[in-house]
Design a protein around this ligand. Structure first.
Ligand code: HEC
Ligand code: HEC
Length: 316
């Protein structure tokens, strides 16, 4: 921000006295607010985890945006609270500095200095550019304040002790958006596609690199029990997708006659521009094929490959 205050000063000096000033700082803030709104309402899904969600309505709209709550994933052996992200001074981020918010988003460090449980997807957000980070923060600060303090629910002490912060990120330059594939890769990181679409090595507590985007990660909660799809171009993945089918799936939550569960955030992704959706599809086509059959229309059976139980698991 300081940089733009300096620019505003220079612009004022150049323009001379008496000339009506349009503050570049104000314009910057407005542009960031718009970019932040676009990102959070389409791709950067802070509010899905940090609000109440209406799981009964398709697309899972958020209720009381940013009010915080208890993370509803049921397969976790403990309950975990998500912080109020509204600008409320007592319950929310009102008294947090931009640096403190940015540190939680990109480096996974809470205000009190603890390492955050990696359900908070800082491993993905660490690639968020400085400008996009500033935009997300500007937008969060524009939410209507909600005075709601979620119940106290912290990661149990023994688990907390095992958590390690990744090497801290201090500055991320603007991404290379020169091709649709590169643009898509950047957007997919902000959308955390890999977080749900890659099964986890439970012993090492990290995503299975050999099964990247291969699906089979099981999500259980008020939305039901559902495994993520294999997004790779392998015959067992989605090689039959074309751009039109992808755009329709993201916009409607339907793949032809099949309805996608609302835990897949199509209810937000539908707000992406055509250009951004097409870029994400272009990137999907570059993924390394992973052979892994997953089908939610079949009953769950144990899968030797990913270690989870999901439709067609026994056939892997
Ligand atoms: C997939 C769910 C999920 C998403 C998406 C998510 N968070 Fe979180 N977030 C969590 C959880 C769970 C915690 C609590 C972690 C802990 O206590 O160890 C958390 C913690 C935080 C904290 C730290 C609060 C504290 O107590 O110090 C902040 C700030 C935060 N998130 C902001 C955000 C922002 C901003 C975004 C979007 C850019 C976001 N989160 C996206 C689940 C999520
Ligand atoms: C919060 C978890 C989550 C995130 C984040 C997520 N997905 Fe999904 N996705 C799912 C689940 C679960 C399914 C399976 C839904 C079903 O079968 O009803 C799914 C299904 C899909 C499908 C349908 C595939 C098929 O079987 O026809 C596509 C395409 C897809 N996701 C793409 C993406 C992309 C691209 C991103 C990132 C921009 C993404 N997903 C992020 C959970 C997620």
């Amino acid at each position: 921000m300081r940089k733009f205050i300096v620019y505003a000063g220079v612009a004022a000096a150049l323009a001379g006295c008496g000339t009506p000033q349009r503050s570049s700082e104000q314009e910057m803030t407005k542009a960031r607010l718009e970019r932040g709104r676009y990102l959070v309402e389409s791709l950067v899904d802070c509010l899905a985890c940090h609000s109440d969600v209406d799981w009964k309505t398709r697309g899972a709209p958020v209720v009381r945006a940013g009010s915080g709550g208890i993370f509803p994933e049921e397969s976790l052996p403990f309950k975990i609270a998500t912080h109020n992200l509204t600008p409320d001074e007592e319950a929310g981020l009102g008294k947090w500095t931009d640096e403190e918010i940015g540190r939680a988003i990109r480096n996974g460090i809470g205000r009190d200095g603890r390492v955050l449980f990696p359900i908070m997807p800082y491993m993905y957000y660490r690639s968020m550019s400085d400008e996009d980070l500033a935009s997300v923060i500007a937008y969060l600060r524009s939410l209507p304040p909600v005075r709601n303090t979620p119940p106290e629910a912290r990661v149990p002490e023994p688990v907390q002790k095992m958590l390690q912060a990744p090497p801290p990120v201090t500055s991320v330059p603007a991404p290379d958006l020169s091709t649709p594939e590169k643009r898509g890769e950047y957007l997919a990181a902000l959308g955390t596609c890999g977080d749900c679409h890659t099964p986890i090595d439970l012993k090492a507590m990290r995503p299975r690199a050999d099964l990247a985007f291969g699906g089979g990660f099981v999500l259980k909660g008020p939305w039901g029990t559902v495994a993520s799809s294999n997004l790779t171009p392998d015959p067992s993945g989605i090689p039959y997708y074309d751009e039109a089918l992808f755009l329709t799936a993201m916009r409607t939550g339907h793949v032809k006659a099949r309805a996608l569960n609302s835990i897949m955030p199509w209810g937000r992704y539908r707000n992406l521009t055509d250009e951004d959706l097409k870029a994400i599809f272009a990137w999907l086509k570059t993924l390394k094929p992973v052979q892994h059959r997953v089908d939610n229309e079949e009953p769950p059976t144990p899968c030797k490959l990913c270690g989870n139980a999901h439709g067609l698991g026994a056939q892997n």
